[in-house]
Design a protein around this ligand. Structure first.
Ligand code: 5GP
Length: 125
């Protein structure tokens, strides 16, 4: 079920539990403020999720409330994860679903990286 991106942070969400080490995650790359893991249900040959370590519900929350250091760190790790997986060689897509109408299902900000195949148009009508 898509979530409300303005809701309070839920400490028990699945990515909070992965970040605390309570649940496993296949780590692609990591940095001081961020973690990149493989998506459990990949929609492309390369499908990585990049998470801030801090408790941010959504892109809306992160862009308003994260420090410049956290924001720079996340952006850098997205690029690093794309290079580590080889997504950078042929091009890739970065996507952050935000809130109910944006299709966000897990209430901890995550940026998807898709690659490894032609990705087609951004949205189908
Ligand atoms: P959203 O729709 O919120 O943008 O994307 C949520 C993503 O999280 C989905 O692509 C889904 O496959 C992924 N996901 C859900 N549960 C887990 C999990 O336990 N581990 C990992 N690595 N990914 C998950």
């Amino acid at each position: 079920m898509p979530i409300d991106h303005k809701q309070a942070y839920d400490e028990q969400n699945i990515f909070a539990r992965i970040l605390r080490g309570e649940l496993p995650g296949r780590v692609v790359a990591e940095s001081e403020h961020s973690l990149a893991i493989e998506d459990i249900n990949p929609l492309a040959p390369i499908h990585v999720l990049v998470l801030p370590r801090g408790a941010y519900v959504s892109w809306d929350d992160f862009s308003a409330n994260a420090s410049d250091a956290e924001i720079a760190d996340l952006v850098r790790l997205i690029g690093e994860a794309a290079r580590k997986t080889g997504a950078d060689t042929q091009g890739y897509r970065v996507l952050a679903n935000t809130g109910k109408r944006g299709g966000q299902e897990v209430p901890h900000l995550h940026v998807h990286i898709f690659g490894g195949q032609p990705l087609g148009p951004m949205l189908s009508r």
